[in-house]
Design a protein around this ligand. Structure first.
Ligand SMILES: [Zn+2]
Ligand SMILES: [Zn+2]
Length: 215
């Protein structure tokens, strides 16, 4: 049905070719990207709740006075965590950055402004409407990217790492010894040696350092 010279439709987010059923449904993003988005939103909810606790914030001890009567500097709160759980943090980013646009596209009234800690409300709205957005919302790729970014930020705050854990995957091209440094969330990568490019599905099929260690 598609003319031969027309480019095959690809997922707006990960750029892999869409399946026939996805094309028939007129989707912008593939089912795998939808699943990953939902998985990341659930993970964001959990990480936010764990970080938004007294332990997560290392609450300053107010009112402690030193021997000279001067107030001791409080234990510094983890400002990076506060930036995500406070004003302008994750809940605001999910609502103002994504939810409001979806409501607008759906012709719905804007929702009430969520409280800073209403991570359940913010993620539930997006999880419930993600199937619609992946199918019908043209800007979905940007939003999936934003969700991945928020997810990675919270994950790195929790683990103390600078990003999601990277690992080595070995290029599958014959005679190429190239290594790709990827994470579980990498949607495409290029072999630095032979420049073969891999989409998410192809990356999942590569032998990794974990396979090598297990062998
Ligand atoms: Zn995709
Ligand atoms: Zn290669």
């Amino acid at each position: 049905m598609t003319p031969d010279d027309a480019p095959a439709p690809t997922c707006a987010s990960c750029r892999t070719l869409l399946w026939d059923t996805e094309i028939a449904a007129g989707r912008y993003a593939c089912y795998r990207c939808e699943d990953r988005g939902a998985e990341q939103l659930h993970a964001i909810r959990g990480a936010f709740k764990r970080l938004n606790t007294i332990d997560g914030l290392t609450k300053p001890q107010n009112g402690v006075c030193g021997p000279t009567g001067t107030r001791e500097a409080p234990i510094p709160p983890r400002l990076a965590v506060l930036a995500q759980t406070g004003p302008g943090g994750v809940v605001a980013q999910l609502q103002a950055g994504i939810e409001d646009s979806w409501r607008n596209a759906l012709g719905w009234n804007p929702g009430p402004t969520r409280s800073l800690s209403d991570i359940d409300g913010a993620t539930t709205f997006l999880i419930n409407n993600l199937p619609w957005a992946c199918e019908r919302y043209e800007e979905i790729a940007d939003d999936l990217e934003a969700i991945t970014r928020i997810h990675n930020t919270l994950t790195s705050l929790e683990t103390g790492e600078r990003g999601p854990r990277k690992f080595t995957a070995y290029c599958a091209t014959t005679h190429c010894t190239g290594q790709l440094r990827i994470t579980l969330w990498t949607s495409h990568a290029t072999c630095p040696t032979c420049t073969t490019s891999y989409d998410k599905t192809a990356l999942a099929g590569l032998v990794t350092e974990y396979d090598a260690a297990a062998a």
